[in-house]
Design a protein around this ligand. Structure first.
Ligand code: AMP
Ligand code: MN
Ligand code: MN
Ligand code: MN
Length: 279
């Protein structure tokens, strides 16, 4: 099986490195098939393709779309998308459009608990201003000594119920999947083990995802335990979905899994790449 990594981020969203550097790092770490999947934006894909192909990898253009479903945020990865498709581009522009306003509200919330300058600090750390998000706030909070690391920044300030958390309405799941399909891509339910929902709601989520045209579960990813891997492998088989894998790499520094350093998919699943040429 070639070494495959189908989920990671560049500084076009909340990753630390430019697309070409993510590509070079993926190749150096042994990836043979690689996708860049920035949140809600495809502007890094052209640069990523050139760097990936010159490093000898097969490049898969991707995106990770933020979705609101049943009061939680869910991420849908799109793979093999046409980055110039007008339907997808319009959808992504719509998803990005509320981010700066949300970030302003987060800054106001943090000011109320005595943390000044968070909006400006987060915006300064976002290379793509339209994509300012919680990771940029986390980096601001760390670099200004409010918390010791990114993980603590989320736990103390940036998750539901904490002072810097601002609820936000993202895309509808059916719309996000329709945009991916309009662009010729396949939709993957990203990191299902990270949603804090019980078994019944997970089954409901998977049923909605499949009914809307979703094709794969991300079975192997950063933060998935061995138990998650076997659980979601079994669910992918039971629900007639294929299986994907990706590191969700963001930065060499922040503790996410590194590019290409994932276990293989379990043998009982059908990999999403089963019918891709050269895989
Ligand atoms: P946003 O789209 O602005 O809400 O930011 C979501 C991003 O925050 C995710 O894609 C992750 O990169 C990051 N994130 C979410 N939860 C955590 C966490 N507990 N620890 C570290 N990073 C997180
Ligand atoms: Mn992220
Ligand atoms: Mn995600
Ligand atoms: Mn991701």
């Amino acid at each position: 099986m070639p070494k495959i990594d189908l989920h990671c981020h560049s500084n076009c969203s909340d990753g630390a490195l430019p697309p070409a550097e993510v590509a070079t790092r993926a190749a150096a770490r042994g990836c043979e098939v690689w996708a860049l999947t920035d949140h809600d934006d495809v502007r890094g894909l052209a640069e990523a393709r050139v760097a990936a192909e010159s490093a000898g990898m097969r490049f898969v253009p991707g995106v990770e779309i933020s979705v609101s479903w049943d009061r939680i945020t869910v991420h849908i990865v799109g793979l093999n998308i046409d980055p110039e498709n007008a339907v997808l581009l319009a959808g992504l522009a719509y998803v990005r459009s509320g981010r700066v306003r949300r970030a302003e509200a987060m800054g106001e919330d943090l000011a109320r608990v005595g943390i000044q300058g968070a909006f400006a600090g987060a915006l300064a750390r976002a290379d793509n201003k339209e994509m300012v998000g919680r990771t940029h706030f986390a980096r601001f909070l760390v670099e200004n000594g409010h918390v010791k690391d990114v993980k603590t920044a989320f736990k103390k300030y940036l998750v539901k119920g904490k002072p810097g958390y601002v609820p936000h309405q993202w895309a509808e799941m059916s719309d996000a999947i329709a945009w991916i399909r309009a662009a010729g891509g396949q939709a993957v339910l990203a990191h299902p083990g990270r949603y804090e929902i019980g078994k019944a709601r997970m089954l409901d989520l998977i049923a909605h995802f499949k009914a809307a045209g979703g094709e794969a579960l991300e079975v192997v990813t950063s933060n998935h335990t061995a138990e998650h891997v076997s659980q979601f492998a079994r669910m992918s088989v039971e629900h007639g979905l294929t299986a994907s894998c990706g590191s969700d790499f963001h930065s060499p520094l922040d503790g996410w899994c590194d590019l290409g350093s994932l276990p293989d998919l379990p043998a009982n699943v059908t990999p999403i790449w089963h019918n891709w040429p050269e895989c």
